[in-house]
Design a protein around this ligand. Structure first.
Ligand code: ZN
Length: 189
């Protein structure tokens, strides 16, 4: 069994009123019976409190025949919760992360410089990144990585659910409910 996380992150450093939005998204997910309404100890980090992911997750995934369900669904595993982050956090693929990002303007590689700049992004000194090649400046999320990453004060961590099989319609509705484009960060341990 593979341990993984699929993390949905709005493409903005500072999401306004992240707790209020998190509650709305949670209500939408519980209405579809994708997660339980109450926190239990089914997460991975900290005190492990998370919203248990339930059978309804199958409705929003398209798992091809031949793929082992236990490798892409959290059902029946000890870590099977949705964790919601509402403070500034760096979401990267961790294992096998190549740190490659391009400037959307001059197209040059900026990954490593951008990762270094997180030292000032993390404590909130800045939301932006400036391309060292052409000085193009934008929110740090506007510089796309070859493997999606997220930098935000809002993130939805689906433990042990393989996001590569999330239906495009589910991701589109998630983005609509956040009012912003999203990044889907796939983390494997
Ligand atoms: Zn540039």
């Amino acid at each position: 069994m593979i341990n993984m996380q699929s993390i949905i992150v709005p493409q903005i450093s500072t999401y306004p009123a992240p707790e209020a939005r998190a509650r709305k998204v949670l209500a939408w997910l519980t209405a579809q019976q994708i997660v339980e309404e109450q926190l239990t100890t089914c997460g991975l980090s900290g005190n492990r409190m998370a919203y248990a992911i339930t059978e309804g997750i199958r409705q929003v995934m398209d798992i091809p025949a031949g793929v082992a369900l236990e490798d892409c669904l959290p059902l029946g595993r000890s870590v099977h919760g949705l964790e919601i982050v509402t403070q500034r956090c760096i979401f990267t693929p961790e294992k096998g992360f190549e740190s490659r990002a391009r400037c959307p303007k001059c197209r040059k590689q900026v990954g490593e410089v951008l990762i270094e700049s997180l030292e000032s992004w993390m404590p909130g000194e800045t939301e932006n990144f400036i391309c060292p090649h052409c000085e193009h400046e934008d929110d740090i999320n506007a510089f796309p990585f070859s493997q999606p990453c997220g930098f935000s004060n809002l993130g939805f961590i689906f433990n042990n659910s393989d996001g590569q099989y999330f239906k495009p319609s589910f991701l589109a509705e998630f983005a609509e409910r956040l009012g912003l484009p999203i990044s889907l960060v796939l983390v494997k341990f």
